[in-house]
Design a protein around this ligand. Structure first.
Ligand code: FE2
Length: 357
């Protein structure tokens, strides 16, 4: 059996009118149901969806204007035609303003009603098509955004790898700093966007070292003051490189201030305390911990215990004292640093989803 082209609910307290409509339109493949008053109509509307409603105005237990508002609020995709014996311009205007497609007065020509139904259904179809198109468009935009974000992240990782190819002693440093920073950031209950900023800041925090001589970066002996002054330029070089492509000021600040100290003795600006962004304070802890636990040209890696002791000794002077206990708790709760890096991978998956939503 062929599916009807539209499902129509006729609401009128006169059964005669219901019959006239059904018979007058029986050449169309519409499915009709009827209701004698507003309460019965609402029950039917709750039970199934209708493409169109033809409603009288004057009915017992709730008039057609109330019903029109109810339908437009709860079933906005259902078209409504008002069919009434009341001819008042103000009432007609009110119905049309409230979302009725047409206002037809009794007695009526069936052909007029048929034409109005056809037009109302066509308008409804176009509206639904447009809504569907908008939904698909939003879905495609979200996919594109995710795709671009992924390309961007891959590019960032490539840039970080370029740096580490140059400085053999810091190979993997950016990734490890990101892992530590993400774990620590998680304890501060910040937003997915903050986590995203930490991820990019961590991967790119030392990118400015590209502008520092390899002889200085890989020097096995102690640095001279002049060489150390060169190293201290790298946060500002990073910003110079990144500003044209990164427009998130939080990420830029995290990178610029990751060598600042709570007591103001850091570089490049000598910022103190809360003037250093939380993201930069987190990176500072992560960066120092990885530097201490990695081999360098001029020394072997420290043990984890010794590095933890260094963090504790410098809490409140170099590092944010509120972050150190959380970081030590994280370090003590994993059996190896590799386990911690794996956990960070899980965080990235979760917050990337959060950012897209
Ligand atoms: Fe650095």
């Amino acid at each position: 059996m062929k599916k009807p082209s539209a499902s129509i609910l006729i609401i009128d307290d006169e059964p005669y009118i219901q019959e006239v409509i059904k018979r007058g339109l029986n050449s169309f493949d519409y499915h009709f149901e009827t209701a004698n008053h507003a309460v019965e109509a609402i029950e039917k509307l709750r039970g199934k969806s209708f493409d169109l409603v033809i409603s009288d105005i004057k009915m017992p237990w709730g008039d057609g204007i109330y019903l029109l508002n109810y339908i437009k609020t709860n079933y906005p995709d259902t078209a409504v035609i008002i069919l009434t014996a009341i001819y008042e311009v103000q009432t007609a205007i009110k119905c049309l303003r409230n979302g009725a497609y047409n206002y037809i007065t009794k007695p009526f020509e069936v052909t007029t009603l048929a034409f109005s139904i056809k037009e109302a259904l066509e308008k409804r179809r176009l509206t639904l098509e447009n809504k569907e198109y908008q939904r698909n468009l939003e879905g495609r935009l979200l996919q594109q955004t995710e795709h671009l974000r992924q390309i961007y992240l891959d590019t960032v990782k490539t840039i970080a790898n370029c740096l580490e190819a140059k400085d053999v002693y810091t190979r993997g440093h950016s990734k490890r700093v990101t892992d530590y920073a993400l774990q620590l950031a998680k304890t501060t209950s910040q937003s997915p966007e903050f986590m995203y900023q930490i991820q990019l800041s961590g991967l790119l925090h030392d990118i400015g070292k590209i502008g520092i001589s390899e002889a200085i970066l890989n020097k096995s002996g102690e640095l001279t003051q002049e060489e150390y002054d060169q190293i201290k330029l790298h946060p500002n070089i990073s910003i110079h490189i990144l500003k044209p492509i990164i427009h998130d000021g939080e990420i830029i600040d995290n990178i610029q201030y990751h060598h600042e100290r709570l007591d103001g003795l850091g570089y490049p600006n000598g910022r103190k305390g809360d003037a250093i962004p939380l993201g930069a304070r987190i990176l500072s802890v992560a960066d120092a911990f990885d530097a201490m636990t990695s081999d360098r040209a001029y020394r072997k890696a420290m043990s984890m215990e010794k590095a933890i002791s260094e963090l504790e000794s410098n809490a409140g002077t170099q590092f944010d004292a509120d972050l150190i206990p959380s970081f030590i708790y994280i370090l003590n709760s994993v059996t190896s640093l590799q386990e911690l890096w794996h956990l960070s991978g899980l965080i990235i998956d979760n917050f990337t989803q959060g950012c897209i939503e």
